[in-house]
Design a protein around this ligand. Structure first.
Ligand SMILES: [Ca+2]
Ligand SMILES: [Ca+2]
Length: 565
């Protein structure tokens, strides 16, 4: 519990509740802070959180007074055992960003998800173990309560699969390996589905969909019953603590799969012309090269806003270091160029100067998560200068849901980026128009934040560094690619969304890391994912399922951490 608090500095206090509702409630000891010192409203919300968990429900309080700022109590049930996590979260990050980026910050609650439960490790039986404490739960496995894994004696025909979907009211049906299926029902529980298959299909096996098989505090194993060779297992899944829970955006654009082609190179530099970067952030400090402060040349390019640190982390937060978030690249360096002042604003001149400085100091990619609606020749000249020097310039379209062209995004030398959400629709704030080149995830993107913290922000500002990071990976695959060629390949390998072909919402489509790095490496773009026989799910359902799985794994990690202390 203390480790979790240390890893989550915005948590004021946490408690694991595992008692029955018969106890007084005061037995739920908060770790990290003495609740008596807080406002009565905090203590009341804390109690409401504990009560909710005992009823198997999640809870999210209204804003509460915490040390002159605001905070929230969040509670997450851990399953059906009246256990769960209650936390008091200090929301100063929310307030700080709110001043600069209205409506862009989301405080991300733990997933309110009771789709899994614990089970004693007795294969083939669904007898629940009485769990009265975290320690007693030490040897239990976890499985999704509405899923079953079935190995049949032959493959299903499409007609049989369709019939199964109706009979079991399935929301998900996947064939993982030949004759082995994972089914999720909207109405039936695991035991009912196992019963159905045993009675009607004489399966090789029908068992719960285990999510976690060891409980030693290490990152959760992946769906062990499926064994090696399942498509998911070939992807690289990093161990960063917030990855599984929050970073939907990386699997969404096939980043993990792309890492099998390249994870980047140390000598490739992306300049982030922005509000600066927290230079000693633990998830960033090893990934920075010297930058500059245009606003105050006598000072280092420290971030006094938050925006630039967040953008930098999307590109280059340390991957697989058991800390915070994973950036899209493992080795790419970020050059912090502070051109926006402590209000998050900057002049055309300072931005142009920053672009020129970055181009002169070896940046191969220049990220501009900024813009407005005025054309400025000086800014355009600076972009042409950087472009002529070979740098790829990537810019955000803007967050005003307008087709009015934003600059610098709309300059022809610039890759213009719109934002998508996890629903694969244009984000409701994202600007659109003929000048949009590609789209990338922009809504609720988790990344680094000043104060050695992490935050989830939304905006085309967050979408843009995904494209810059991908460009750096493409350069790692082939350093001889020109900026224009990279821009072309970004569009050619993008996954078409919305209206068929290039359109005003997504440009050529949403970037696809795997396809883009393969094209950059000279391999022909991967053939369209072969349709797995007999699987009738839409691609959207499959994507959502992967995200869902990541959420569950993260919660497993959370639980195993709790149970170990
Ligand atoms: Ca990390
Ligand atoms: Ca399209």
């Amino acid at each position: 519990m203390k480790d979790m608090l240390a890893a989550n500095p915005h948590f004021e206090a946490m408690a694991w509740t595992s008692g029955s509702s018969g106890s007084s409630g005061s037995s739920e000891t908060a770790v990290g802070a003495k609740l008596e010192r807080y406002d009565p409203a905090v203590r009341q919300a804390w109690q409401e959180g504990i009560t909710a968990v005992r009823l198997g429900r999640g809870f999210e309080s209204a804003a509460l007074p915490v040390h002159g700022d605001s905070g929230y109590v969040l509670a997450v049930p851990a399953g059906e055992g009246r256990q769960g996590l209650v936390a008091l979260i200090h929301a100063d990050a929310v307030d700080e960003v709110g001043k600069h980026q209205r409506r862009n910050l989301r405080l991300v609650p733990y997933p309110d998800n009771s789709r899994f439960r614990t089970q004693a490790t007795e294969p083939g039986k669904l007898r629940d173990k009485q769990v009265t404490s975290g320690d007693a739960n030490g040897n239990a496995s976890h499985y999704a309560v509405d899923e079953v894994v079935v190995k049949l004696r032959r493959q299903l025909t499409p007609r049989e699969l369709l019939q199964l979907r109706k009979t079991l009211n399935l929301s998900v049906a996947r064939e993982h390996r030949r004759q082995t299926y994972v089914f999720r029902s909207k109405t039936l529980r695991t035991a009912q589905m196992i019963d159905y298959f045993n009675k009607n299909w004489n399966p090789v096996f029908a068992e719960p969909h285990y999510l976690y098989l060891t409980n030693d505090g290490k990152p959760a194993g992946r769906l062990a019953p499926l064994g090696a060779g399942s498509p998911l297992q070939t992807d690289v899944v990093p161990n960063d603590t917030l990855y599984g829970q929050y970073q939907w955006n990386l699997p969404e654009i096939a980043t993990e799969s792309g890492w099998n082609v390249t994870r980047g190179k140390q000598d490739i530099v992306v300049a982030v012309v922005d509000t600066g970067v927290q230079l000693d952030h633990p998830d960033l400090k090893g990934r920075l090269v010297a930058g500059t402060n245009i606003v105050d040349p006598s000072a280092p390019p420290e971030d006094d806003v938050g925006h630039g640190t967040h953008v930098a982390g999307i590109i280059a937060a340390e991957v697989n270091n058991n800390e915070g978030v994973a950036g899209m690249t493992w080795y790419t360096k970020v050059m912090p160029v502070k051109a926006l002042d402590n209000s998050g604003a900057g002049t055309t001149y300072s931005v142009a100067e920053g672009i020129i400085w970055a181009a002169d100091h070896g940046a191969q990619v220049i990220n501009l998560s900024l813009g407005n609606y005025a054309q400025a020749q000086f800014l355009h000249d600076a972009i042409k200068y950087a472009h002529d020097k070979g740098a790829l310039v990537v810019a955000a379209s803007g967050n005003d849901n307008t087709d009015r062209p934003g600059y610098p995004a709309a300059y022809p030398e610039v890759v213009a980026v719109g934002a998508t959400g996890s629903d694969e629709l244009r984000a409701p704030y994202s600007n659109y128009g003929d000048y949009i080149d590609v789209a990338a995830p922009g809504t609720s993107i988790a990344s680094t934040y000043p104060g050695s913290r992490y935050a989830a922000l939304s905006g085309t500002s967050m979408a843009t560094p995904h494209v810059s990071a991908l460009a750096s990976l493409m350069l790692a695959a082939d350093g001889s690619l020109s900026n224009d060629r990279i821009a072309e390949l970004l569009g050619k390998t993008a996954r078409d969304l919305g209206a068929a072909g290039k359109d005003t919402e997504f440009g050529y489509g949403q970037i696809d890391v795997r396809a883009a790095v393969e094209a950059a490496a000279g391999k022909s773009a991967a053939p369209a994912a072969s349709k797995q026989a007999a699987v009738a799910d839409t691609q959207n359902a499959g994507q959502a399922d992967v995200v869902q799985q990541r959420l569950l794994e993260r919660l497993q990690n959370l639980l195993s951490n709790l149970l170990g202390h």
